[in-house]
Structure formats: structure tokens, C-alpha cells
Write a protein that binds this ligand. Structure first.
Ligand SMILES: C[S@@+](CC[C@H](N)C(=O)[O-])C[C@H]1O[C@@H](n2cnc3c(N)ncnc32)[C@H](O)[C@@H]1O
Length: 282
């Protein structure tokens, strides 16, 4: 009966639309529910934080393993290192409660894709890490924590953050701030002041396509042979993919899936050196 009615030109189309409302409604209502809850429970206004869904964190582990050439097991050790770092969590929680931007910070520390940044830095033992776009300084602290651990193991590294906002980085306090500094002002201008070879570069500042591409152009000749170039905005444009092709690097992409959040998630895209195929002696 419904099948026959649904085949009618106008009535059929209308019936089909009514039926199809049901198909997507539970999904849409789920998102609206999480959005309304977020409005009242969270205080964040931008650069939203969330946990990754459990399966998504597993896939992030495999993604970082593929990018770095390490095993999934090795990468999860680094994930657990930061996720179980009580001193790190206490530091951020304390500043979320009492720091300058406490009024727009939540109590809970949620790192999402930054766990992947942490693991890359622990594997690569970089001498210089740059993060353009600091905001509260959550990424800065994660990077600082990785550099501190590297230092304990005998690998010195320095962090440079850039931000146009003079009050950015309220979380970036000792011990993490001992690992580097934030350069205030326009990112391109600040990048031109850094003359050292760059081992890890994270683009997370002005997210317009042209600006992102200009950042890559600015640092192009300072990238060390084994550098990792990370884009935080590849879910919105393909500038890092273009840079990877132009500079003969590999490119891989990971999409976040936030846990219990309305936001669809950001991403980690990485451009990195082609590894030479292992030639086995005959
Ligand atoms: C998405 S947030 C950075 C988030 C941070 N990486 C983290 O892990 O939480 C972007 C930041 O870029 C900064 N920004 C925007 N345009 C910029 C520019 N032209 N130069 C430097 N910083 C800029 C903003 O002030 C903002 O704090």
C-alpha cells in the first residue's frame, strides 16, 4: 500500500520526505542534545577541547605509527605517558581554575589530537619544534612536556610558539615554559626571526588557506631532512597536501572523532620525508 502510494508523483514524494525525516532525526537530535548540554556545561568560546572517542584514539595510534615508522605498541606507550602524567594534568587544571582565562576554561583537561603531537615529538627527539597559534597554551604545554621527557633522556629541544594575541599562552608556565618561548606578533614575521633548522612544525594560527601556505613557504628552506610538518586545519583545506607534493614528501591525514561533543572534530595532517626502501643484500 505505502509502496504504491510512494510511487505517485507528488503525494509519493511528500510521503517519502515524511518517512525520511525519521531516518535522520535521531542523529540530528543527538547532535542538538549535545549542543544544548555544551551551552550550559562548558565555558569554552573557541578552540574547543574534547576527548577522542575510544576507537578514534586507537586509530590515532596506528596513524602515528605509520607516520613515524614505529610500532603501534611503542606509540601507545607514549600516549599513556602523557595521559597518565599527573603533574601535567595538575598544572593545567590549576591554571584552568585560577589562571587569567579561567572564566572561559573548563575544569577538565582534554587533549584530543595533541596526544598525537606528543608522540611524534617523543619519537623524533627534535631540536626545534614550532607551533604557530598558541591560544591558551594547551598545545604548548603538551609539547613542553614531550621536550622535558626528551631532555631527561639526553635529547635537548626548544619550543617556539607564535601568536598575534598578546595575552595568548596563559597555561605556558614553568616547568613547560622552560623548554622555550612564545613569540608575540604576526606568525610570518615571527617565523622569519627563527633561523635554526626546524624538526617539527605545527601550523595552527590564521586558518585562511593563503596564510597557511605562506607559513610553509616561509619555513621551507629551514626544514631538516627528517622533519615533520603538521597541519591542524587540513579538514578545511589542502594546502599541506600541495606543499607535500611540491617538496616530494609523503602526506597522511587523520580525522578526529570527538567523544560526546557536537563538534565534528579537527585533524592531524602530516607531511614527512619519503623513507628509503630497505634493500636487502642478496
Ligand atoms: C586554534 S588556536 C591555536 C590552538 C593551539 N595550537 C592549541 O593547541 O590549543 C589559533 C591561534 O592562532 C592565533 N592567530 C591567528 N592569526 C594569527 C597570526 N596571523 N599570527 C599569529 N597567531 C595568529 C590566534 O590568536 C589563536 O590564539
Amino acid at each position: 500500500m505505502f509502496r504504491n502510494l510512494a510511487k505517485l508523483p507528488l503525494i509519493g514524494r511528500l510521503l517519502l520526505i515524511l518517512y525520511r525525516i525519521r531516518v535522520g532525526l535521531s542523529f540530528v537530535l543527538g547532535v542538538v542534545g549535545r549542543y544544548v548540554k555544551w551551552l550550559f556545561v562548558s565555558k569554552e568560546t573557541t578552540n574547543l577541547t574534547y576527548h577522542l572517542r575510544d576507537d578514534n584514539l586507537i586509530y590515532l595510534g596506528h596513524f602515528i605509527a605509520a607516520v613515524t615508522g614505529k610500532t603501534y605498541q611503542e606509540i601507545t606507550l607514549y600516549f599513556n605517558e602523557i595521559l597518565e602524567d599527573k603533574a601535567f594534568y595538575t598544572h593545567v587544571e590549576e591554571l584552568y581554575r585560577h589562571g587569567a582565562d579561567a572564566f572561559k576554561s573548563d575544569k577538565e583537561v582534554r587533549l584530543a589530537r595533541r596526544i598525537g603531537w606528543y608522540a611524534i615529538i617523543r619519537v623524533a627527539k627534535p631540536k626545534v619544534v614550532i607551533e604557530t597559534g598558541v591560544d591558551k597554551g594547551l598545545g604548548s604545554c603538551v609539547i613542553g612536556a614531550a621536550l622535558l621527557r626528551n631532555k631527561e633522556e639526553g635529547f635537548e629541544g626548544t619550543y617556539y610558539g607564535t601568536d598575534i594575541n598578546p595575552s595568548a599562552g596563559f597555561l605556558f608556565k614553568p616547568p613547560y615554559s622552560q623548554m622555550g618561548k612564545i613569540l608575540y606578533g604576526d606568525s610570518i614575521k615571527s617565523l622569519k626571526e627563527i633561523k635554526a633548522p626546524i624538526d617539527v612544525f605545527i601550523n595552527d594560527s590564521d586558518h585562511s588557506e593563503n596564510y597557511e601556505a605562506e607559513e610553509y613557504e616561509t619555513i621551507k628552506n629551514q626544514l631538516s631532512a627528517s622533519s615533520y610538518i603538521i597541519a591542524d586545519n587540513a579538514h578545511c583545506n589542502t594546502k599541506l597536501h600541495e606543499f607535500a607534493l611540491k617538496t616530494n614528501r609523503k602526506f597522511l591525514y587523520f580525522q578526529e572523532v570527538p567523544k560526546n561533543h557536537w563538534y565534528l572534530g579537527a585533524s592531524i595532517a602530516v607531511a614527512f620525508e619519503q623513507t628509503k626502501p630497505l634493500i636487502k643484500p642478496l
